[in-house]
Design a protein around this ligand. Sequence first.
Ligand code: F6R
Length: 623
Amino acid sequence: MINNSYINIFKINRFTINRFAINRFTMGKIMCGIVGCVLTNRKAAPILLECISKLEYRGYDSVGISTVDENGIHLKKGSGKIKEVDDKIDLGELPGSTGIAHVRWATHGIPSKENSHPHISNEGNISVVHNGIIENFGEIRESLESEGYIFHSQTDTEVIPILIEKYMDKGFNLEDALKKTLKIIKGSYAIGAISKNNPNEIVAARKDSPLIIGVGDKDYFIASDAPAILNYTKNVIYVDNGEIAILNHDGVIVKDSKDNIVDKKINLIEWDAEMAQKEGYDYFMLKEIHEQDSAIKDTLSERDNINEIITEIGNISRICFVACGTSYHASLTGKYLIESMAGIPTDVILASEFKYSANTLNKDTLVIFISQSGETADTLKALKVAKKTSKTLAIVNVLGSSATREADFVIYTRAGPEIGVAATKTYISQLICIYMFAAILANNKKLLDSLDEVPEYISEILAKEGEISEIASKYINVNDFFFIGRGLSYPTALEGALKLKEITYIHGEGYAAGELKHGPLALIDDNVPVVVIVPPGDNYDKTISNLEEVKARGANVIAIGSCADEFIKTEVTDSFCIDENVNEIIAPLIYVVPLQLLSYYISVKRGLDPDKPKNLAKCVTVE
Ligand code: F6R
């Protein structure tokens, strides 16, 4: 049994927490969360519901709870956010003091009740939650089906309860049946399993997906992450790769892969649940800005899918992007790339204005819908209209969302759940999809390959985040900002201005740098700072001329440019420099990051909550 005598204390500070959050917990993407508990004298379901709600940041497209008592396994689950599902089926109303729960962010199989966890074995004796991916589930499923087992979901997870039940039917106990199962499955997992035969026991296992154990007074927990259980215990054991754990009323036993009992240390966590949910970052937005390098790496895995889609679509004479807000800015970047590299005429239409252009579409038009949520009402309405005449492609972050069901073709941005209302990592992931799409269309292998370098450039920026915070301090009391750029940097300017408006409530205007002199220059004076996006490339000289124009009107210029650019280091009020190898072609993927940080820090320094800007919602389901 676990030795309680040695307690490590982790201080609350962002970097300490990150060390554990990143190195220890999140080997792989944050998608799905699990919890489980073995309680003494209390019903498990209401506590599981509370615990799993703390993990909604890990996934929110479906949820389920399963408990066990002397009458067997009980289960409630459904697709939708936790609150929606709970309102419908009262998730906390299940008997038994032992149980498991899951929130899902779909990766295999659309969000649906059938695909929600927990998954139950054929005879209903075993219930399992899983976070991770079983890579060889296809062959296991085929072989189990040939033995007569029946599958009810499209998930990779369902093979686990069926295998456990198969071995228990042969006389193995729950622990040994799980061990036999682990020998067969390949991939990553954090698993929690309960069995009708053991109403007071959970067995759990971990490989490359996070798993911790909470040690309470007479209550024991498993969880993907500490925030889930901090209201019940702050004593935590970190389960290491290859270990399995057995939790029952006697306590917790952890065994290594050779079946030896491991003397695990109990660590005292001193941070509160909310802080731990954000992995120590003050806000989800900052956490998500920091997740952009991994979001890019994951989204790059869509390359083969994009290749196949382009082949299948065949000849097109025109492309039309339709989107709203940040997704519209990503689309605008697509227009510049596709027209300049592939020579295909490309329009970008705001979804809410789409109906006026609908009659210009025909069967040779490809209409590309970009949406983080896949549920934006304006975008969905336009998609339904475009389908009647043209081929449709949706670039979406939320698997199984309405746009993915309506469109002919789908590309996923693999950014994981985004909680902050302001889009950050999903914007970068949309851009990555668009860059891959344009580069494949134009047969530009050099550009395609250069995308692999983007995460490194972003990491370099994040390492200098403090510089942006200092710049932000100087501008917290201004009323207006301008953001200017030319060519591919123009959509970046628009996006910088949108981020500023939505989370700082300061008026920000994005403008094509060459267009300022046709009107807005009249507004520029020493009260209106101008952010100039000026990467090296063909547009550099002309952008510098525009920078001089605003400088001459007294504006404080904040220049974002190359680290090799002496002008921006010496001739402007403030500057932030980016690796000199980033040219203006790939700049939109990188130069937007300091703009996100600038808005974030101005927002926080003004005492605002950047995660929840007033009047705005993450998903806009009204026209
Ligand atoms: C801004 C932002 C919004 C969304 C817009 C479209 O940070 O998030 O402008 O981009 O509401 O939403 P989706 O992409 O879900 O269609």
